[in-house]
Design a protein around this ligand. Sequence first.
Ligand code: BTN
Length: 324
Amino acid sequence: MIEGILTLLKREKKSTSDGLSTSFLSSSLNLPLHSIYDGIVELRRLGYKIEAEKGKGYKLVSVPDAFIPLEINYNLKTKILGKKIYSYRVLKSTNDLAYRLAEEKAPEGTLIVAEKQTSGKGRLGRKWFSPPDKGIWMSLILRPKIPPAKAPGLSLCAGLALIQAIRDKTRLEADLKWPNDCLLGGEKVAGILLELSAELDKIDFIIIGVGINVNQTQNDFPKNLKGKATSIFLESKDKFSRVELLKSFLERFEKIYLNFKTFGLKFYREEIKKSSSLLGKKVKLLYGKEKLKGVVKDIDENGSLVLETRKGEKTVTAGEVTLI
Ligand code: BTN
């Protein structure tokens, strides 16, 4: 019911009319008058600002920048991603819930999003700082029919979709730091955490967790992250709609994901390389107990990093890279 009211109010917002009367809404939506009153109350409770001047109708003044499924769904141009949404005010970790839901057979594309995480997880057992209302903390359930060895390529696909969405909504050019990070001005603005449930030759599901620092100010970051992490606000001095950024990410990622399943990184490798902050740079790589030093030569068709080391060329599929 509130979807219908909201759609009409949004459509009206673009025109210069005096607003929509209760009776107009009631007859357009084929709902009794009291349902329209209830709907308006519910929308206001969710954070929509709706004016009602005497003698004129309801006018939508502003929409909340909150992860309300209604708002995420509105005009979302995807076929799979975000078709089922679980949205929470507080969660321990969207990845953990996504994993559980996936085990319980939640469909591909299910989106889990929270305003705040109390135990947000980063890579390599690190914590991911996830304060309320300023960032995007989300996870997607995917069930691609690809060999498990190809799954890491999905991190690069998600990273590419992220930098495209950031460019689209903010005009900022973010860099991709192989394999899972997005940087702005050399500092981390977003990270991706991939978790996999698979047998030797078959993926059961993949959870793609994405954390994006959107509207945090300097004071919102703890001391240990100063100089390491940044936000879109800190780099642009503008606040951005998290919902719009999330939608742009979902739309872009879906397109890349569908192509990736059939063609691998074929169409995206050049763009990934162009956006990569590591190409041509001297780096140190840690992978388990292995340590390597070398110059980054390439990102190959599987998404692996190709390093020119003193002992010749080495291709690595995962690891933690630092510039030296
Ligand atoms: C990293 O760069 O270390 C990866 C960070 C991933 C953080 C996101 S926030 C949403 C999702 N839920 C989690 O617990 N972690 C990921």
